[in-house]
Write a protein that binds this ligand. Structure first.
Ligand SMILES: Cc1cc2nc3c(=O)[nH]c(=O)nc-3n(C[C@H](O)[C@H](O)[C@H](O)COP(=O)(O)OP(=O)(O)OC[C@H]3O[C@@H](n4cnc5c(N)ncnc54)[C@H](O)[C@@H]3O)c2cc1C
Length: 412
């Protein structure tokens, strides 16, 4: 990739290279030697524990944790760009692993911004001393996520999960579904309605909920088509009681969560890009090695055309990704629009890249033992992540044309 290298700072280049060594020496060999392990029906038997330990040793778990708690402090002026470079690199090796780590980074940022110091000290200490420790961000409920992502700001679509203050304890009741790391997280950030009378923008609060709190039950691990090394789960909250200091944000938790909603979309795009680069790199090797019609595939014009198409899409995604991440780091007013644009653009372009990879691999593209079909499955998972394509497009138009755009929700 030409684009990516050109703009890296020394810090980013160093972190990219460290991540690349981890991916090349630990992650890719694990995947190549364990092609079918993602299909293990015990979710905890899929990813070798060693992988998160090695990620920890490479410094990839402390990102987002403030330096004075032992984390890796990134330059705030380039933080989203740096995280995007690192997430791309991890997803080049395994996108579910990238997802596991990205959730941790995002929630670390949130805890660092909103949790009281004694809880930061306790949780960051535990997080950094337990390599298998995961965190999860619980927004989606059985009733659906799109209204919440838009957001459709009327009381009728408030979170069904409710939190009520009883003395100095919050009591939480409800259910969350489709949650990344939801099956095996040790700590959850939970969004709940705390005021029925107002719309979700002012009536939604966020809470820290430790996994071992009585009444919290992880009810299942969802079997997904891709990203299978990240365990997606469902959680029920039945009179879950947390101390008052576990409240992170009262009322406008959704607006405050912008501190990671925006970088979150950049990181979905980065994960897509990593998958696309891996699919492209494998295809480059294949079209040089495979001979048909008396010559390597790359000598055939149609093959060359598809290869150029793949490379061009990757460069375009990388360019928009950097542009959007830069806007986030600069806190530019365009950041919202660009984050949604790159999330949508990357997810669609990378599906197209993976489709070409499958075409160029012929029958091998469909074989589980070869791994090309895995890129396609992993890429498809990102289409709806952090908001579906349509909902993200509504957000783009609403931000660009605030006076004339529609609400894009509710009765006609
Ligand atoms: C692998 C995976 C990981 C996930 N991780 C997390 C996580 O960590 N935390 C979390 O909280 N959630 C997570 N989710 C949930 C994800 O964000 C939602 O699935 C996604 O936002 C779509 O919401 P939904 O499934 O409820 O679909 P719905 O909201 O029911 O949407 C269904 C369809 O209707 C369309 N639609 C909805 N509203 C409108 C409208 N007003 N106008 C036109 N069309 C509309 C949508 O675009 C979509 O095509 C995850 C999901 C998956 C599969």
């Amino acid at each position: 990739m030409y684009f990516q290298d050109r703009y890296l700072t020394d810090e980013q280049r160093m972190m990219r290279d460290t991540t690349r060594r981890f991916v090349n020496h630990v992650v890719i060999p694990f995947i190549e030697q364990n092609r079918l392990r993602e299909w293990e029906m015990d979710p905890l038997a899929r990813l070798d524990a060693n992988i998160l330990e090695q990620a920890d040793a490479a410094g990839l778990r402390g990102l987002g944790v403030p330096g004075h708690y032992g984390g890796i402090e990134l330059d705030p002026g380039t933080q989203s760009q740096t995280l995007a470079v690192i997430a791309t690199e991890i997803a080049r090796g395994e996108s579910g692993l990238a997802d596991k780590l990205v959730q941790n980074w995002k929630i670390s940022v949130l805890i660092g911004q909103f949790a009281p110091p004694h809880l930061q000290e306790y949780w960051f200490h535990r997080y950094l001393s337990e390599p298998q420790f995961l965190m999860a961000h619980c927004l989606t409920e059985p009733r659906g996520a799109s209204d919440r992502w838009l957001p459709y700001n009327v009381p009728e679509v408030n979170m069904d999960t409710r939190a009520v203050l009883d003395g100095d304890v919050w009591i939480i009741n409800g259910a969350k579904q489709f949650i990344s790391n939801g099956y095996d997280a040790s700590l959850y950030v939970v969004y709940a309605n705390t005021d029925d009378a107002v719309g979700m923008q002012h009536g939604t609060s966020s809470f820290l909920v430790p996994r071992d709190t009585p009444g919290l039950r992880v009810t299942r691990c969802n079997e997904t088509m891709g990203g299978r090394y990240m365990n997606n789960g469902e959680i029920v909250f039945d009179d879950v009681r947390v101390p008052a200091d576990h409240l992170l944000v009262l009322g406008d938790a959704l607006a405050q969560a912008g501190v990671y909603f925006r970088p979150g979309k950049v990181l979905v795009a980065a994960k897509s890009l990593g998958i696309g680069i891996a699919a492209y790199e494998e295809t480059v090797k294949f079209v040089h090695a495979r001979v048909q019609g008396g010559r390597p595939l790359i000598k055939h014009q149609a093959v060359a055309s598809r290869l150029a198409d793949m490379a061009t899409r990757l460069e375009a995604v990388a360019a928009l990704l950097r542009h959007a991440a830069l806007a986030v780091d600069e806190r530019s007013p365009e950041a919202d629009v660009l984050c949604n644009m790159v999330k949508v653009f990357a997810s669609h372009e990378i599906v197209a890249v993976c489709r070409n990879a499958m075409e160029l691999h012929g029958g091998y593209g469909a074989m589980l033992e070869v791994g090309i079909e895995k890129y396609m499955r992993d890429a498809l998972i990102n289409l709806h992540s952090d908001g579906t394509t349509d909902v993200s497009n509504f957000k783009i138009v609403r931000a660009m044309f605030p006076d004339t755009a529609g609400v894009y929700a509710g009765s006609p």
